[in-house]
Design a protein around this ligand. Structure first.
Ligand code: C2O
Ligand code: CU
Length: 494
């Protein structure tokens, strides 16, 4: 069971939930929403990305609409920012909510004052414009989301977030699908629970549970998409509050991981199942060349008893409701119905055998090691790092700029977690001390990883982005209910 420390920071009215449907398999589908692109506005060589976060609403179910948040007039989630490695960029965020927010660029290599962590508050009604920065990241899929301490779960639950796609020359030189919305599809996975009582029908029950009852793919329930009969790229983000996913296709077919959080892999990795913890991104290729036009294929999550998952996997709890249960816990459920359509002109049909040639930090250069133990004082108590809960005024670690460090995160024996750190992309070097236990698909640049129960995970990183005590970097569990409850620490790089 997931420890809880339920925060009642947001005044959500507690009430009963909707009646379970007879089956979690849809009988009808809704068209997948593809977020619009935001290429930014370039003036004098600097591209500015303007975001406005505002309240909105969505008709998720019959009855009242559900109150939500979205960026740039979208009712749930936001536009996809397109950036080019090497370009100059800056961000502008306008907060049209009646509460404070922050906007963090998850995975981007930017200095502390641009990072948008809990200290960089954009007050209700105000705007934040960052300094210009150079886009240093490799081509990959990143994302942005609020990071206000103790309101991250609420604001993410209401829909505040968006994708960032970075492009670079190495990726552009490969014959990969990259027509956005056609053969290159962003997929944000999350789930929500709705309420039925009181004057506010269908309010998100963010203060009561982290698990949703209904799968939302890009914010759409029972989503379907038409994909062409060729190699298709899916940029998958686990955008959940707490749930882990164990992805696979309904017919058991092999698919290929080509990239993860911070870049492409050296070569594709063939898989039939892929575990994703909250905050992680994987780019996968699925080959539809052999599928008949008009046929269907389901992308699913295999979170049931028969999936071979171990205790502590978030969503494996065998309960249909309550704080630690949901209608889609402990079962296989659908993420996306794919309807196969005709191939496009110039379709990519062959899987590249190699991708990029990554150079990772050299372990021999490591000058400092750190250990973070995920701890809890007992059932119901919040999770902490090394028995210390997050405090906005405490700097937990000091890193020397330009050095390479080895960090080990130990998950404890209560629950699995998702570890994320700002300001760097790292290389996972070992699981439980064994380099061979690191999965091939997580062999590239990472900024987030799954820490199963009773496991520890080691990584090395070179810390090159500066952060001082006014705007330090964070490390935390990306199960945002755990993060809001204190499973977070902060560090300076100087
Ligand atoms: Cu995706 Cu510190 O966050
Ligand atoms: Cu956690």
């Amino acid at each position: 069971m997931s420890t809880s420390a339920v925060l009642v920071a947001c005044g959500g009215s507690s009430s009963s939930t909707t009646t379970p449907p007879a089956s979690t398999d849809a009988t009808s589908y809704n068209t997948l929403w593809i977020p619009p692109l935001l290429p930014g506005v370039t003036v004098s060589g600097v591209t500015t990305y303007e975001l406005t976060l505002a309240p909105s609403s969505v008709q998720f179910q019959t009855g009242a609409k559900t109150a939500t948040y979205g960026y740039n007039g979208n009712s749930f989630w936001g536009p996809t920012l397109i950036m080019k490695k090497g370009a100059q960029a800056r961000m502008q965020v306008k907060n049209s909510l009646s509460e404070d927010t922050t906007t963090h660029w998850h995975g981007l290599l930017v200095p502390g004052p641009v990072d948008g962590g809990p200290h960089q508050i954009v007050a209700a009604g105000s705007s934040w414009l960052t300094d210009a920065f150079t886009v240093k990241n490799n081509a990959a899929t990143y994302w942005y989301h609020p990071h206000l301490h103790q309101l991250t779960q609420k604001q993410l639950t209401l829909g505040a977030g968006g994708f960032i796609i970075v492009q670079d020359d190495e990726e552009a030189a490969l014959n990969l699908p990259r027509t956005y919305g056609t053969d290159d599809i962003p997929l944000m996975l999350t789930s929500r629970r709705f309420t039925t009582t009181n004057s506010v029908a269908n309010q998100f029950q963010y203060a009561v549970t982290a698990y949703g009852d209904y799968m939302l793919t890009n914010g759409v329930m029972d989503a379907q998409v038409s994909l062409p009969k060729q190699l298709v790229r899916l940029r998958v983000l686990n955008g959940e509050i707490e749930r882990d996913y164990n992805l696979g296709f309904g017919d058991g077919r092999t698919f290929y991981v080509i990239g993860n959080d911070g870049g492409l892999l050296n070569s594709p990795v063939a898989l039939t199942r892929l575990i994703m913890a909250p905050g992680e991104r994987y780019e996968i290729l699925v080959n539809l060349s052999g599928d008949a036009v008009g046929s269907t294929l389901d992308l699913k999550s295999y979170n049931g008893a028969d999936a071979g998952l171990s205790f502590g996997f978030a969503g494996l709890e065998n309960a249909t409701g309550g704080e630690f249960g949901s209608l889609i816990n402990y079962k296989t459920f659908n993420i996306l119905r794919i309807n196969v359509s005709s191939a496009t002109a110039n379709a990519v049909t062959a899987l590249p055998s190699t991708l990029v040639n990554n150079t990772f930090p050299n372990a021999a250069n490591t000058t400092q090691s750190r250990t973070l133990n995920i701890t809890a004082q007992g059932p119901g108590a919040p999770f902490t790092f090394n028995n210390v809960g997050f405090n906005m005024n405490t700097i937990n670690q000091t890193v020397s700029s330009g050095t390479t460090e080895s960090w080990t995160v130990s998950g404890g024996n209560i629950f699995g977690h998702s570890f994320h750190i700002h300001g760097v992309q790292f290389k996972i070097t070992a699981r439980n001390g064994s380099s061979s236990a690191v999965k091939a698909y997580e062999s590239g640049w990472k900024d987030t990883f799954y820490v199963p129960i009773n496991e520890n995970v080691s990584f090395i990183a070179k810390f090159e982005e500066a952060a001082g005590s006014a705007y330090p970097f964070m490390y935390h569990c990306h199960m945002v209910n755990h993060e809001d409850a204190g499973l977070m620490g902060q560090f300076v790089v100087q």
